[in-house]
Design a protein. Sequence first.
Length: 243
Amino acid sequence: MVKTIHRSSLFLAAACLLLAFGIANASDRSDEDKARDTHRKPAEVLEFLGLKPGDTVVDIWASGGWYTEVLSNAVGDEGHVYSQNAPSVLQFREGVYDKALTERLAGGRLGNVERIDVALAESSIAENSVDFAITALNFHDVYNGNGAEAGEMFMASVYAVLKPGGVFAVIDHVGDADADNTSLHRLDPELAKAVAVSAGFVVEAEGDVLSHPDDDHTKMVFDPTIRGKTDRFILKLRKPGQE
């Protein structure tokens, strides 16, 4: 029996190869950034999430912009990346993230990146204009700090800017349901999924690309024995509608 390969499948495979090539061959990424690839696995993560060259993307709570640069290289010259931080993020620890992002973008070295220094809901990003959004290791702070209602408002602001059919990726440290996840800086994935559904998203897939079985979930994520190597969940959330 001959297996039929559809043109759409070939296009997706080619797009994934281009994406991985764009990340791997970005020669001006710093050695410090590249060193984090071992545990963050950007090409594998973004392939799982379906990011494509040419996409319009929002890096939500981008901090110093590690993912911003990865996304910039992945979407290429035809794509566009909004690197978004709320003022509270930029002011954290005497502006460490503000300084890091400023240095990263100095001289226009990431020409397809636009910096957004206000809350997403207050930004000029048009509704229904974004193909892909991501927040990495941030949502636990929203949920643990202010509860499910704040989490839903956060999700709703992302939902608004995404095109119908657009994807929102949430990456975070796995927490057990009965743990004190606030002090551990973790989150039960089931809570994140429930908030996402309340905000209107469909939970399309869960990824294990960043699974670390050696992390027993009882340690704070900044513990030096696991820092950078925590067990992390990936949620691929879809805004309903036509792509």
